[in-house]
Design a protein around this ligand. Sequence first.
Ligand code: ADP
Ligand code: MG
Length: 631
Amino acid sequence: MPIRILATEVANQIAAGEVVERPASVVKELVENSLDAGATDIRVEVREGGRRLVRVQDDGCGIPAAEVELAFERHATSKIASADDLSHLTTLGFRGEALASIASVAQVTLLTRARAEEIGSLLRLAEGREISRESHGGPAGTVITVEHVFANVPARLKFLKQAATEAGHIQQIVTRFALAYPERRFNLVSDGKLLFQSTGSGKLVDVLVKVYGLEMARGMIDIGERESGRAGEDGDENHLDETLTHSPAHPFTHSQSIRVSGYVGAPALHRSHRGYITLFVNRRWFQDTSIAYAVIQAYHTLVPTGRYPVAVIFVEIDPAEVDVNVHPTKAEVRFRDSGAVFGAVQRAVRRALIDQAPVPQVSLGQEPTGDPAAFRPAQLSWDQMAGWSERRDALLGAGGREQEAGSRRQGAEADTQPTSFQLPASNLQSPVSNLQFPSLLPLLRVVGQLGATYVVCEGPDGMYLIDQHAAHERVLYEQFLAERAAQKLAIQPLLEPLVLDLNPEQAAVVADELATLGEMGIAIEPFGGSSYLVRSIPAILSKDNPQSALVEIIDGLAQGDDVVENSHEAALVTLICKRAAVKGGHVMSTAEMQELVRRLEACHSPRTCPHGRPTMIHLSATELARQFGRI
Ligand code: ADP
Ligand code: MG
């Protein structure tokens, strides 16, 4: 066959394949156009999962009568004029191919009136060709109706899923826009049923409640607005745990600032897949496994292995720093300095979590009320939280912590009689369902011990039950990391070197990890065959039987299923601390419990153990009063 140029319709249909994959893509393109047109009220209606009909109505600027046909030409756009404009895009569209593509695979009806014009236009197209055109009255704005999508592309039609599935994709698209544009009103009706609606209040929390439901939205933390600038400007973000997050260093290599805002789920809100991490750059939704990983990594030790956090993250960056023209659907973007974005996101999320992670609260019975007015995450602003942190740091730094602890100790001594509790364990709900809102760890007074496993404390608002093992793990973990960071890890030399006879699996792990073990204070060397000679251990293990402690730790390493999949070092620290921590079933003296609580209060992440499980649960004074029928 000789080479020839394809007819426009064929070329358009081929190109359409890239832009219009399914009815949800039609919705995405049309809503983007409405947003670019400045619409504040966007109504989406679909039938049969969008296959039968997709209609998007907006109150935007409309299309001038003289341009309605042009809008359907390929590469026809009002949004950019030159290649230069590509480097500072402020609109969602710019390729000028959506309408042409959609019109080539469906029947399209356009009704539009430009705000400045008296009379509007009604244009009908099928298979990309104009069928009719007339003047038509109507409100300013645009209504585009797309019917029988892919009717002329059987290959595509075959791949469409059930109507309900396609409607699900559409709902996902609309909710993402609603999250990115809380000040605009969205409405989605599917087969006559209202699937989604946002109020356009301008408050992201309102949209979160609509998208995720009140219960889940309650467990989300405002990360405020965090800005990252040049290297060195955010040195205060140097958190201990980051010594263990094995991302490559991400220095800021240029002066562009990156602003990160949004909401992240409290650690207890974890999910089984990454689908709950939603990312936007300059209000454009995008997909990026690396940036999603920055979020996941920020939850390091806070959520259990194999579980993923919930997050809605907005990155704002100079448009010149991000290329959105990587793919026709613009789902992927390319950052000029992706490392800087990675670092900014990771730090912002981590900081928010450390400052605001809530204590899981126990409710014996009733669910919290479903009143959206009771939803309060926005009440604590970043500034307020920062104020709290400063106060806490000041207390810690000035020895104020000691004073506080001292006065609490006195209080505790006055009240040390044993207390017995009958807690109906079966009524303890999942912490997820009752998250209390951000607070620093409250000042706690030790009341007693329960079942030789939990420390019972009184706080400003009711009772706190601390899991002594989990709490001690957290304390030791942070102490260990701090000592390592300061290169002051306490090491206990063994007077007599210990010979470890290992099985082949254990020996293989040790052979691989000699250096890492050494860094953690376990000086170990080959001693022939599968035997190893140990000359020192970390001091926190010094009260233990070194033989069994080391074998347990090595076995843990061999199983390799702890905390961060890619870091043996992190796994090793966790294992050492787990072994060294006081066990459940160990009777503690009041002084020991007070010491544990005092040290937990000084932790950066006191509310979870290094495995991400809660260290404490809270039974509020109100809940107690309710249980006793006092209110
Ligand atoms: P792009 O959005 O990339 O410019 P499209 O094919 O999606 O390309 O749209 C072509 C042009 O049609 C847009 O540049 C815009 O001028 C106009 N247009 C499309 N939809 C609307 C709308 N809802 N309101 C106003 N103008 C619109
Ligand atoms: Mg467009």
